[in-house]
Design a protein around this ligand. Structure first.
Ligand code: IMP
Ligand code: MG
Length: 180
């Protein structure tokens, strides 16, 4: 358990070492399918650390994708989903006829990834897959399963490894549970 200077305690759920070794396996899984014309799309902001490590693991596994970013918002400042997903910043690249892998930090209600899948599909992608760091299965509001998932996660609010509460704790190298 680590204490922070703004009065939160954070209990580690997945350590930095655990995450990195799991990502090697995930990258091998993706590489084994020999993806062609691959475009990797991290959904910002929460997935930036996960995506950075996964992309380097993919490189080590011999995969050379193009990368573009999509910034979506559903959480805003609160800890629970507003239910409304909106595009804050769109992709630069055309996805037509491409194999797209969407990367997200947490699959929670499922609304964010379902929205992103629909968006990319409507733009004519040839194949769309999803890859998440954490799957909070118990929190699902819409029907969606990840194609690749690093860890199944209990239905608790987590921070670190890119994930925040009020823009804090993204820098932590591990995933932790916020204990008030
Ligand atoms: P969904 O649309 O409910 O599936 O929510 C997915 C998004 O909510 C993720 O991309 C995260 O950014 C955010 N989110 C969900 N759970 C957590 C959490 O425990 N900590 C931080 N962000 C979360
Ligand atoms: Mg997110």
């Amino acid at each position: 358990m680590s204490n922070t200077d703004v009065g939160h305690s954070i209990e580690t759920i997945f350590s930095a070492g655990e995450i990195l070794s799991r990502l090697q396996v995930l990258a091998q899984e993706i590489a084994a399918k020999r993806p062609e014309n691959l475009l990797v799309v991290p959904i910002l902001k929460g997935s930036f650390v996960f995506a950075a490590d996964l992309l380097r693991a993919l490189h080590a596994a011999g995969i050379a994708p193009e990368v573009d970013f999509l910034t979506l918002s559903s959480y805003r400042k609160s800890r629970s989903s507003s239910g409304q997903v909106s595009i804050l910043r769109d992709l630069d690249l055309d996805v037509q006829q491409r194999h797209v892998i969407l990367i997200d930090d947490v699959l929670d209600s499922g609304r964010t990834l379902a929205f992103a899948k629909d968006l990319i599909s409507a733009r004519g992608a040839a194949k769309i897959e999803t890859c998440v760091l954490l799957d909070k299965r118990a929190a699902r509001a819409v029907s969606i399963e990840p194609d690749y998932c690093a860890f199944t996660c209990p239905d608790v609010f987590v921070v670190g490894y890119g994930m925040d509460v009020g823009h804090r704790y993204r820098e932590l190298p591990f995933v932790g549970r916020l204990v008030d």
